[in-house]
Design a protein around this ligand. Structure first.
Ligand SMILES: Cc1ncc(COP(=O)(O)O)c(C=O)c1O
Length: 388
């Protein structure tokens, strides 16, 4: 296939047969008769500039260790162009192996063993697993009405977590996985004010940020008043489907620069050089491909809403512009706490079980709509059959 065409309707290019040749988690966890719409991998060909950069690196044997600040410079450029944010300082950026290991390292900088880490459930399951694995304690502050940040619940969790005078961190997901909620500047400013009042350190996972449409207006946490003491993790991994090419960036606001400077040097040995090359090319030259993906995703959201309205009207689905994930409220279907189990067993469609996302997840399932319209259509048909 001519790679230049990869940038034209990326979510319409690959057949199921081509996709099944993939050996990644999405395609190898379930048997072949299962349609996988679970883990956050996209059914896209690589963006042409990324494919070219990698091919060139392979051709010259450029497979050593990473060096330099090209990734951070590319992200700073992207942030200026897309979000109108010119506050990303390369000297306050460090490469980390991936976003979750970056989250762990940032939490290590601002908390100690046993300290609380506040999360907004339902939320990306590894937030629980990684935080627990590093001997911190997860404290839940549930999302509020409309699946938006609930500032009262957050304040209560901040107050409770700092009551003994100890350290606490808030692990914010922006935009939010699984709901796709895009937090507003007002909400983020209120978060920063609360964090300042209670002395809670904010670590923000902004991995899905490049997927937010221009109309939905992603706001970087470090750009809001009070966000100066925040630590952020960003990556090209979700938006360009580069999870297998390990690299991410940890960013510090001006008041957190000293914290980031304490991150041990060896952490920067984790990202792969090919990962850094791929992510840098994506951010620098992958804009056209990304816009094409965003157009295809918008279509898929409309398609999913229409298919559900027609075939599974009992499922509540609210299209959101923040991710390529759809959070399906299946409680009216009578499938119990784990509707994904029924869809898998009876429909041969793999979704992510809502209960994995913490309190508020029961009775829900997360569907990954970064696939072709054909697969999406067949998945909903199978889900409806599983219920009917
Ligand atoms: C919110 C969020 N953070 C982190 C990750 C994982 O990122 P990485 O593979 O860079 O650790 C994902 C993957 O889906 C995600 O949705």
């Amino acid at each position: 296939m001519d790679i230049a065409s990869n940038d034209d309707h990326p979510l319409r290019r690959l057949t199921l047969e081509q996709l099944r040749r993939r050996t990644s988690m999405k395609w190898r966890t379930h048997p072949e008769d299962v349609l996988p719409l679970w883990v956050a991998e996209m059914d896209v060909p690589l963006a042409a500039p990324v494919a070219r950069a990698l091919t060139e690196a392979i051709a010259v044997g450029d497979t050593g260790y990473p060096a330099g600040t090209a990734y951070a410079e590319a992200l700073a450029h992207f942030a200026r162009e897309r979000w109108g944010w010119d506050g990303l300082a390369v000297e306050r950026a460090s490469i980390v192996p991936d976003v979750m290991l970056g989250v762990v390292e940032m939490l290590r900088l601002v908390t100690g063993p046993g300290d609380p880490v506040i999360v907004n459930c339902p939320v990306y399951p590894p937030f629980y697993q990684f935080v627990t694995h590093m001997d911190r304690r997860v404290v839940e502050a549930p999302l509020g009405p409309g699946l938006r940040l609930d500032l009262a619940a957050l304040e209560e969790a901040f107050a409770r977590s700092t009551a003994g005078g100890g350290r606490a961190a808030y692990l914010l997901c922006s935009p939010h996985n699984p709901t796709g909620t895009v937090h507003t500047a007002e909400e983020l400013s209120a978060v920063a004010a609360l964090a300042g009042t209670y002395g809670v350190r904010v670590v923000v996972d902004e991995i899905h940020a490049p997927l937010v449409t221009a109309e939905a207006a992603f706001v970087p946490y470090l750009s809001v008043p009070g966000g100066e003491s925040g630590l952020s993790l960003m990556s090209a991994s979700k938006a360009w489907n580069l999870a297998g090419l390990k690299a991410a960036l940890a960013l510090a606001g001006p008041a957190a620069a000293d914290d980031l400077a304490r991150m041990p040097e060896e952490v920067s040995h984790g990202p792969s050089h090919l990962g850094v090359i791929a992510h840098t090319a994506a951010l620098r030259e992958g804009g056209r491909w990304l816009d094409a993906v965003l157009d295809d995703l918008a279509e898929n959201r409309r398609l999913l809403a229409a298919l559900l309205a027609e075939q599974l009207p009992a499922i509540a689905y609210r299209p959101t512009p923040g991710t390529y994930l759809a959070w399906l409220d299946c409680r009216e279907l009578g499938l119990g706490d784990d509707p994904a189990a029924a869809f898998l067993a009876r429909g041969r469609v793999a979704l992510s079980p809502g209960s994995d996302f913490g309190t508020g997840g029961d009775g829900h399932a997360r569907l990954n709509l970064a696939t072709t319209p054909e697969v999406l259509t067949e998945a909903v048909r199978r889900m409806a059959k599983a219920v009917g």
